[in-house]
Ligand binder design. Structure first.
Ligand SMILES: Cc1cc2nc3c(=O)[nH]c(=O)nc-3n(C[C@H](O)[C@H](O)[C@H](O)COP(=O)(O)OP(=O)(O)OC[C@H]3O[C@@H](n4cnc5c(N)ncnc54)[C@H](O)[C@@H]3O)c2cc1C
Ligand SMILES: Cc1c2[nH]c(c1CCC(=O)O)Cc1[nH]c(c(CCC(=O)O)c1C)Cc1[nH]c(c(CCC(=O)O)c1C)Cc1[nH]c(c(C)c1CCC(=O)O)C2
Length: 464
């Protein structure tokens, strides 16, 4: 590359931020990087509120440690000392209005050890027998994608799906298990079935969910940063060269010119680019390129809305507590909340001594209207549900409600094929334009970071 090439990153969530940062690190003086963000702040769904000594997450509260890119990014921007593992404790599933401990030795709800399942109150003897059929049931190879629901129901039966797998998956994708794609979410499970003839056998052979000795602590799976996840956003932003970021400016439209692109901005100006990373949700990407039919399938990919409420209490307000870090709710319960995190136990640093911080989630796929209830109504719903298992005698000292509209993209059956098709066309019609972020190839923060980094590699390859 001789003259400086102009790369524009659209969207300042974690995918776009990572892309801009890595471009400046790896592309050095050969590229000029601009990041355009519609809102007045960076971070997108990562948003931390620091109030009265509490650290409160409005969006994600942590990332999975085994997906390494988030830890690596945190290390690279100087936050190594701030990485914090979750406090481990019992987590629960609420089934038929009663809390049941998550059976130990399970991976995403699939047994890798038989004993904890045999003794779990989550399933009837018939349900347990049906799950054990997985050990002998013939495998079914299919050429096409299938829903998570179909796959797991066939292997393990309805009860294990409804009382364990479904609530856990809802706590990740906030969607309907009978619509979500196996290939786009957990392709690994299909491979296990094919290779080992059984999910349980396959997992027992390949996972390291080892038996713990008595008194030995559960390993912690998640990480956050002291001061909240927004400190990652702040640290990455501080590493960007001055003048890189344009906030409060929306990209309205993109047009291809001979060998470069024109990017129409909401302030009426036009930005020129040789290459573009679109780190925005799929529906925003589609709108920017609405003249191209091949992005139309993105219009059909919906994203569900969710809301959550963080509630701070004095310890004394909780008369009957539960020893644990959180629970998810099965669909066969009367509860309207979908999950609750005992944040003060999962993240002890988040809460001052003597206080309690609970975070409840609402917005089942079949209960989307609750997201637009008033703050007071959402608090009331959360307290009413919590009081069925706990005894909370006072109103919260304060509460913070966050609504996330169209924020959980649904990877429906066929997602991967549709996306591959769109990206092929994109390469043909708009060379040098790439997609990255939670709408595409993984919703977790590390997946979004991976996609930002992968897009950088593609851009640098394209420009050379
Ligand atoms: C409530 C909730 C809880 C979650 N919990 C977890 C968790 O615990 N762990 C985990 O790993 N993941 C979690 N996730 C998922 C994770 O937060 C997201 O997948 C991830 O943050 C998405 O990052 P992104 O950069 O792809 O997109 P976003 O964060 O959505 O960023 C996109 C950015 O693009 C901007 N933008 C949009 N349109 C335009 C435009 N036209 N022009 C310019 N800019 C534009 C937006 O303003 C935004 O800043 C959670 C998500 C939600 C909603
Ligand atoms: C038990 C529980 C879960 N999730 C949650 C609980 C409640 C109690 C608690 O906080 O402990 C909370 C939660 N986390 C997430 C949601 C959905 C969004 C919402 O409703 O706000 C909800 C309701 C997103 C998520 N929660 C998680 C992700 C990231 C997943 C990833 O990186 O692939 C997201 C978007 C992580 C998560 N979340 C869960 C599991 C088993 C995993 C790891 C999955 C794995 O091992 O691959 C279940």
């Amino acid at each position: 590359m001789t003259e400086q090439k102009r790369v524009v990153v659209i969207g300042g969530g974690i995918a776009g931020l990572t892309a801009a940062y890595r471009l400046q690190q790896n592309g050095a003086q050969d590229v000029n990087v601009q990041l355009v963000e519609a809102s007045e702040r960076l971070g997108g769904k990562i948003q931390t509120v620091r109030k009265d000594g509490f650290t409160i997450e409005r969006g994600p509260d942590s990332f999975l440690a085994r997906k390494e890119s988030a830890t690596r990014l945190a290390n690279d921007v100087g936050l190594k000392d701030k990485l914090t593992p979750n406090g481990t404790g019992q987590s629960y599933i609420l089934v038929n209005n009663k809390l049941h401990p998550m059976p130990s030795g399970s991976y995403m709800g699939i047994p890798t050890r038989i004993r904890p399942f045999l003794f779990s109150g989550l399933f009837s003897p018939l349900g347990k027998a049906r799950a054990a059929m997985d050990l002998i049931k013939s495998t079914k190879s299919v050429d096409e994608d299938q829903s998570l629901g179909l796959f797991f129901r066939r292997r393990l039966g309805n009860q294990v799906v409804e009382n364990l797998i479904e609530p856990l998956l809802s706590g990740i994708y906030a969607g309907s298990i009978d619509e979500l794609s196996l290939e786009a979410t957990f392709p690994h499970f299909y491979d296990l079935e094919q290779e080992h003839g059984s999910l349980i056998k396959g997992l027992r052979k390949t996972t390291t969910v080892s038996k713990r000795k008595k008194g030995e602590k559960k390993p912690s799976m998640f990480r956050t940063l002291q001061g909240g996840l927004e400190s990652l956003v702040e640290a990455v932003e501080s590493k960007l060269e001055p003048g890189t970021v344009l906030k409060g400016t929306k990209v309205d439209h993109i047009e291809r010119k001979q060998d470069h692109y024109h990017i129409m901005l909401s302030d009426g100006s036009v930005m020129e680019a040789d290459s573009i990373i679109m780190a925005v949700p799929h529906f925003a990407a589609q709108r920017m390129l609405s003249q191209y039919d091949f992005l139309e399938p993105f219009k059909e990919t919906n994203a569900t809305s969710v809301a959550n409420v963080a509630m701070a209490f004095d310890e004394s307000a909780i008369k009957k507590d539960i020893d644990g870090t959180g629970f998810v709710v099965s669909r066969n319960s009367d509860f309207r909340i979908t999950a609750c995190t005992w944040t003060h136990k999962k993240w002890p640093n988040s809460t001052p001594d003597g206080k309690v911080l609970l975070r409840c989630y609402v917005g089942k796929p079949t209960d989307q209207e609750v997201v637009d209830y008033s703050d007071e109504e959402i608090v009331e719903i959360a307290l009413k549900d919590l009081n069925q298992t706990m005894n909370i005698t006072e109103k919260p000292e304060f509460s913070i409600v966050t609504r996330w509209h169209d924020s959980m993209p649904q990877y429906k059956v066929g997602h991967k094929d549709r996306l591959n098709g769109i990206e092929e066309q994109l390469q043909r019609e708009l060379p040098g334009v790439y997609l990255a972020g939670g709408s595409y190839r993984g919703i977790g923060l590390p997946d979004c970071i991976d996609q930002g980094e992968a897009a950088v590699a593609k851009v640098l390859n394209y420009l050379s």
